[in-house]
Design a protein around this ligand. Structure first.
Ligand SMILES: [Zn+2]
Length: 352
């Protein structure tokens, strides 16, 4: 199903490109700018089973994107500057922001040199438990469990289920099933219990995975001193905030921010909601982020920035630089807004 959806999206992007429809849609849907969303930036791997591949782009793809924006004379600005331009209604030049979620070390090793080359600022959103080395990147540990197992047993919906994971196709199907099951569990502790049990059974060390992929506070401190870099908050545990009580959701925002400020000795005024889709961040979370004093908060809802976005500064959409579509021909489609407009049924703002 996921593969089917990916193919439809890819065909849609291709159709927009080859028909030139994005040029026609441009005046209506290009908005005033875009916030690009990335996760990992690192050289690609050959493995056939890469269920999280949409969360990583190759350095060459990022470089091509930066060159594209520079050639179109689109300003690459900080989230502070975006906040200022939106509140002052300064739309004389089109802009782009770069945001990288979770706090991966590959961002320092592969993205930062490119961002320096193009003098492009960016914001990294850090989940404080990830920097602490105690975070649970369950979507990655799930991939590792399935990669090494030839079959997996889990109690899905109260029924003991055995999933074949002996071929790449079977692994992908098992990943989709387990991923959907884990994301639908009622509480964060349920996810941790189930993924913890799978990891224990298949010899995957969750804390070691976190430390291998995420920058520690000691690494983040010099990183954050780079004038191109802003650090934002991304909750403590990387939980689905919409599923938490109001008190816990508030704490996830405020405490993660306080921990980052304490560790890095600099103010944190921007937030990214973990997962960030409409099931993980809605009107309550948008209000909580505003009440907590964040200047901006970003979702993973797809969309361009419009003048009206100034009224929804804690519900900002982003444009994903998705590892499944690393084809430079889609750049004009992405910056035209036609792709996200198509996704949103041609609404400009989606903040409810
Ligand atoms: Zn995240």
């Amino acid at each position: 199903m996921k593969q089917f959806r990916n193919n439809v999206i890819r065909a849609g992007l291709g159709a927009l490109y080859f028909t030139g429809a994005h040029y026609l849609l441009r005046p209506i849907f290009s908005g005033v700018g875009a916030i690009f969303m990335l996760h990992h930036v690192r050289p690609g791997r050959d493995a056939e089973f890469q269920p999280n591949r949409h969360l990583e782009v190759a350095p060459a793809f990022l470089r091509a994107m930066l060159a594209h924006l520079r050639s179109r004379e689109i300003d690459i600005i900080t989230m502070d500057e975006l906040h200022q331009r939106l509140t002052e209604r300064n739309f004389s030049r089109r802009f782009a922001c770069f945001t990288l979620d979770d706090g991966y070390r590959d961002n320092r090793d592969f993205a930062l040199p490119l961002m320096r080359e193009f003098e492009a600022p960016f914001t990294m959103y850090v989940a404080s438990d990830f920097a602490e080395g105690t975070g649970r990147l369950w979507w990655i540990t799930l991939e590792m469990v399935i990669a090494k197992a030839s079959s997996i047993e889990a109690e899905i919906g109260g029924i003991a289920t055995r999933l074949d994971t002996s071929t790449p196709a079977a692994k992908q199907a098992a990943f989709d099933r387990l991923h959907d099951w884990l994301r639908a569990l009622p509480g964060e502790h349920d996810v941790h219990r189930e993924i913890g049990a799978l990891c224990a059974r298949h010899g995957v060390d969750e804390a070691a995975v976190c430390r291998a992929l995420c920058m520690s506070w000691d690494e983040l401190k010099p990183f954050a001193e780079d004038p191109l870099i802003s650090i934002g908050a991304h909750s403590i545990t990387h939980c689905n905030l919409a599923r938490q009580s109001e008190a816990i959701a508030k704490g996830e925002m405020a405490i993660s921010r306080a921990r980052i400020e304490q560790a890095l000795q600099r103010p944190v005024v921007h937030l990214a909601y973990p997962y960030g889709d409409k099931f993980a961040a809605g009107t309550r979370e948008f209000a909580l982020a505003q009440a907590a004093g964040f200047k901006t908060a970003v979702t993973t809802r797809p969309g361009m920035i419009f003048p009206e976005s100034a009224d929804h500064l804690t519900a900002l959409p982003r444009v994903s630089l998705n590892g499944n579509y690393q084809d430079t021909r889609i750049f004009p489609v992405l910056t035209s807004g036609a792709a996200t407009a198509m996704w949103n049924g041609f609404r400009r703002i989606d903040a409810a």
